[in-house]
Design a protein around this ligand. Structure first.
Ligand SMILES: Nc1nc2c([nH]c(=O)n2[C@H]2C[C@H](O)[C@@H](COP(=O)(O)OP(=O)(O)OP(=O)(O)O)O2)c(=O)[nH]1
Length: 130
């Protein structure tokens, strides 16, 4: 049976309304696909705590977490991912690509030009439709 992993992703918006998009590195699983920065929820963590920790580790900044954007289950070849995405904003520091290939801020209307990890597509569609 495939394992289901609980994953959180931050839809970080700046004061211009742009969204932070992160390109997974060639060394990560799902290489060279765009995602919302985040990662796996660890035992005993709430999704919000997990997101704050992951963003500190991956981007080296602090965030405030707001409402949920989307909750999606996607079955990959080897694993099932339950991805929960949340609106967030940077409260301290500047996001840096400590683990990703690239970080870019994009207006909502440009999000569909990127090749997203399949589990992220419902969240991207929801953001575009708001
Ligand atoms: N962080 C993140 N992971 C995503 C997204 N979409 C998506 O399918 N995933 C998948 C990729 C991985 O299979 C899993 C999360 O892995 P990860 O590599 O980011 O998390 P992690 O650092 O805690 O895990 P690991 O490297 O120790 O395996 O969820 C997304 O938008 N953000």
């Amino acid at each position: 049976m495939k394992k289901t992993v609980q994953v959180v992703g931050a839809v970080i918006r700046n004061e211009k309304g742009e969204i932070l998009c992160a390109l997974r590195s060639p060394k990560m699983s799902l290489p060279n696909l765009w995602e919302f920065p985040g990662g796996k929820i660890e035992k005993g963590e709430s999704p919000e705590q997990s997101l704050i920790r992951e963003i500190r580790e991956e981007l080296g900044c602090s965030i405030e977490v707001f409402d949920q954007v989307e909750d999606t289950i996607y079955e990959y070849e080897k694993v099932i991912v339950n991805l929960k995405t949340y609106w967030a904003k940077v409260t301290e520091g500047v996001p840096k690509p400590l683990e990703h290939q690239v970080l870019i801020w994009l207006p909502v209307t440009s999000l569909k030009s990127l090749v997203w990890a399949p589990a992220d597509i419902p969240a991207v569609q929801k953001i575009i439709s708001i």
